[in-house]
Design a protein around this ligand. Sequence first.
Ligand SMILES: Cc1cc2nc3c(=O)[nH]c(=O)nc-3n(C[C@H](O)[C@H](O)[C@H](O)COP(=O)(O)OP(=O)(O)OC[C@H]3O[C@@H](n4cnc5c(N)ncnc54)[C@H](O)[C@@H]3O)c2cc1C
Length: 504
Amino acid sequence: MTTAPMTAPAQGTDQIQDAGHVDVLIIGAGVSGIGAAHHLRGKFPDRTFVILDAQDNRGGTWWTHRYPGVRSDSDLFTYGYRFKPWRGPSIAAGGAILDYLDEVISDDDLDQYIRYQHRATAASWSTEDRRWTIEVTRGDTGEQLRFTASFLWMCQGYYNHAKPYRPQWEGLDRFQGTLVHPQRWPEDLDLAGKRVVVIGSGATAATLIPAIAEKAGHVTMLQRSPTYFFAPPTTHELATMLAPLDLPDEWTHEIMRRQYMMQYHWLARTSLDAPDEVHAFLMEAIRPLLPEGFDIGKHFTPRYRPWQQRIAIVPDGDLFAALREGKASVVTDTIETFTEHGIRVSSGEEIPADIVVTATGFNLSVFGDVAFTVDGEPVDFTEHVTWRGVMISGVPNMAYTFGYFRHSWTLRVDLVCDLVERLLSHMQDKGATMVVPTLRPQDKDMQIRPWSDPENFNAGYVMRSQDILFKQGDREPWIHMLEHDEEMETLPKADLDDGSLAYS
Ligand SMILES: Cc1cc2nc3c(=O)[nH]c(=O)nc-3n(C[C@H](O)[C@H](O)[C@H](O)COP(=O)(O)OP(=O)(O)OC[C@H]3O[C@@H](n4cnc5c(N)ncnc54)[C@H](O)[C@@H]3O)c2cc1C
């Protein structure tokens, strides 16, 4: 198999270098991009491809998030790929996930196709030439490169790795302590004996707090409103039962995947059909883990329906152990102002802090902030709709991989890869060099809906960014974000000749 030529030596930063042509250009070397490359290499060994990533290493999320305790909150049997058995405990540390991705890269010899420190800044489609031109800036040398590709596969994730979300708080400039964002954790941060306030109560806060509570003097979780938590064992009891049977890794992987899928499908469905029951179940499950007399109503009773945002997983209840041991505490209130030595909340209480960690989430980024044009026209994604959560109306020869928010992201990676493979084969069979999702006559009066229906999923980072995101319609194939149990049926059967894809 061939690939794009290695980048030519530096010629000066103002000159654009031709970096060659590939059949498929993948943007992103995280879980999605590595999955895409694996599938592509297996299915189309003769096609050329390259993976560009702005970071200096693989892993995306798992490379940029290296704060203490960073771990998955999905089980790794479903967060792992379908094709690569996971051998560890259900919940894994970030480092173990990177090791797993390294194995995939090594198994498939993918390293040779990845170009690190290559940030794509613009992508222009030419119908006349039947190709994308991708402008790239190298992070290490500042060189400008130009790749061309017949098909573009966006695997850029959903948030800006360089600019985490930090609300504007009053008095921030007078705070004398250290301010840290988990996305940029300083390796030399000294926590010993320090009073730490973690702002936020999502998965990041829940993972970070038990990991630093041992070392820090005290950790306060400061949240505006509560999150749902669930505290399963790190190792599933079924995995414990299977262990002595000495099964092939592939079997264990598949059995555990099915077990977790069944659980998550049940949870997703029941959260919609009987939200009060799921709410009561989650509340009762954490009650015995909290210190006696703890105000569960104030601190751990969310205002939204279960599953309307992701449920944060606390393996073996380690966050609650930190609360019981008095190493951590919770304040539920809004920030009035930062002071020199801490944070004052609306009740008037001042929480002293040497270190404040802003686990306040992400800024969503649309397609890696790449500026798209099609035949010279800039693409305003807010005017486009998704085709099955895999392509975009009016944008030719471009697929994107976007995983599930509430299930394991990677479950969708494999499904999308299958569909893209099928589409590329179909184009080949038809002798087509261009495919573009196009509204059919019967879709013209379709109701256009926001990217995410707030009734269905309303996490803050999504709600903050609805106005910059593409849209969806009211019917197949112009909808996305379906549950995994639906999509595992619909995506493999998606009709590529239903008139919604125009081939030429
Ligand atoms: C701390 C944390 C824990 C998480 N835990 C889970 C979990 O347990 N389960 C789950 O399902 N999800 C989890 N997620 C969500 C997670 O982001 C996804 O699971 C998954 O890692 C996304 O993979 P990705 O490859 O699509 O995107 P990313 O991991 O975001 O990787 C995208 C890559 O694309 C590169 N890129 C972006 N734009 C450009 C550009 N213009 N040019 C070149 N390169 C570009 C980036 O540098 C990055 O390396 C977690 C997220 C975080 C932050």
